[in-house]
Design a protein around this ligand. Structure first.
Ligand SMILES: Nc1c(C(=O)O)ncn1[C@@H]1O[C@H](COP(=O)(O)O)[C@@H](O)[C@H]1O
Length: 161
């Protein structure tokens, strides 16, 4: 199946975080692709990726980056697809630099920013799935089932206190 979601990251060192995004997309059986693309280190590739994403059939782009995390914003500037930004936890500033770099976009070019690290990366996958699920009810159904299972786990955890 052709990918519906593009998961990109500034460096292979971001994989530890971005694998949580890919895990949830796999779990929901949504076709996606994953690539290292950097606004800083591979600017031409980044432009090409963002410009061609819609024509290649992608519906949502999830971009994870750390530190001076310009990738999500720059990709958003070159496509009208929805872009979800994942702030990767940096060593020096624990990801606050990543978060602020991604979230503080100027008016006109939105990036939907999730929380720093694993929870944010998981939610990025879920948010992208929900965007696709707005048009494909079977995907919305899978998300609902996942939520029911989380609910069940919480209820069981309460019983075992
Ligand atoms: N923030 C960006 C961009 C970008 O925004 O284009 N490209 C790489 N990086 C980030 O640099 C950090 C360190 O990368 P290395 O581990 O490769 O030195 C990574 O978190 C990456 O996302």
């Amino acid at each position: 199946m052709e990918p519906l979601i593009g998961v990109i990251m500034g460096s292979s060192s971001d994989w530890e975080t971005m694998k949580w995004t890919c895990d949830v997309l796999e779990e929901l059986d949504i076709p996606f692709e994953k690539k290292v693309v950097s606004a800083h280190r591979t600017p031409d590739l980044m432009f090409e990726y963002a410009e061609n994403a819609r024509d290649r059939g992608l519906k949502v782009i999830i971009a994870g980056a750390g530190g001076a995390a310009h990738l999500p914003g720059m990709v958003a500037a070159k496509t009208t697809l929805p872009v979800i930004g994942v702030p990767v936890q940096s060593k020096a500033l624990q990801g606050l630099d990543s978060l602020l770099s991604i979230v503080q976009m100027p008016g006109g070019i939105p990036v939907a920013t999730v929380a720093i690290g694993k929870a944010g990366a998981t939610n990025a996958g879920l948010l992208a799935a929900q965007i696709i699920g707005a048009f494909q009810s079977e995907i919305a159904e899978r998300i609902n089932n996942r939520r029911k299972s989380i609910e069940q786990q919480v209820l069981e955890s309460s019983e075992t206190l």
